[in-house]
Design a protein around this ligand. Structure first.
Ligand code: 13P
Length: 251
């Protein structure tokens, strides 16, 4: 059985004091909730403050990005060792915003996944097509290319530790969610691809999250799909009420 996972990607929102208020609110609502894994991904500057709030609860901490090197002269970068030091267990890799605005390629994603795994962090690897690609019927092709490049030459042991998030770019921050069937079609493809390239056991255990305008009102219909195991939530994770409701409605 795959345990549902709901992750909140706070993106570039929340100062330290705002993050503390949000994390305390989520903790109050969710402290006894163990039916799903809950992961909060604040910006780097608030990681440690949020960790101090959730460290004695089942709620876990994740970062939004990682450097592919462990240390060195890489101005502006944050390594796996530093993320662990802040209390992180998870890290989002290859988000479409990083691909679009910061030029992240599948090759970079692959290097970052390796860095995360060797630093004992669980990568949440994001993939997904643009609107133009969907309208040109290229969704499966694009997703396959991202899987091939991003997961290139990973071992079975490495693959069994990762989480994949399917986030159609056209659904991010637009209020336009993929229909449950549109999402399920891609999730099902991802699991089949993992089965073919790795093994059926790995595919069976792989958690695949959906992301893109997830709200309290649409999480249920997404979660009833066979291959949707949770959600990566942006906007709706910035308020205690909506995030808590998503987590509760997901099971
Ligand atoms: P929204 O939930 O705001 O659409 O963002 C989704 C996302 O990008 C999560 O990583």
């Amino acid at each position: 059985m795959r345990k549902p996972l709901i992750a909140g990607n706070w993106k570039m929102y929340k100062t330290i004091s705002e993050a503390i208020i949000l994390a305390n609110g989520i903790k109050r609502e969710m402290v006894d909730f163990t039916s799903s894994d809950i992961v909060l991904c604040p910006p780097f500057t608030a990681l440690n403050s949020v960790y101090e709030i959730i460290m004695d609860t089942p709620i876990k901490l994740g970062a939004q990005d990682i450097a592919w090197e462990k240390e060195g002269a890489f101005t502006g970068e944050v390594s796996s060792v530093m993320l662990k030091d802040c209390g992180c267990e998870f890290v989002i890799i290859g988000h479409s915003e990083r691909r679009k605005y910061f030029g992240e390629t599948d090759e970079i994603v692959n290097k970052k996944i390796r860095a995360a795994l060797s630093g004992s962090l669980i990568p949440i690897v994001c993939i997904g097509e643009s609107l133009k690609e969907r309208e040109s019927n290229l969704t499966i092709e694009v997703v396959k290319k991202q899987l091939k490049g991003g997961l290139r030459e990973l071992t079975d042991e490495q693959i069994s530790k990762i989480i994949i998030a399917y986030e159609p770019v056209w659904a991010i921050g637009t209020g336009k969610t993929a229909t449950p069937l549109q999402a399920e079609e891609v999730h099902c493809f991802i699991r089949k691809w993992i089965e073919e390239v790795f093994s059926s056991k790995i595919a069976e255990n792989l958690r695949i999250l959906y992301g893109g305008s997830v709200k309290p009102s649409n999480i249920k219909e997404l979660m009833v799909q066979d291959d949707i195991d949770g959600a990566l939530v942006g906007g709706a994770s910035l308020k205690v009420e909506s995030f808590a409701e998503i987590v509760k409605n997901a099971v």
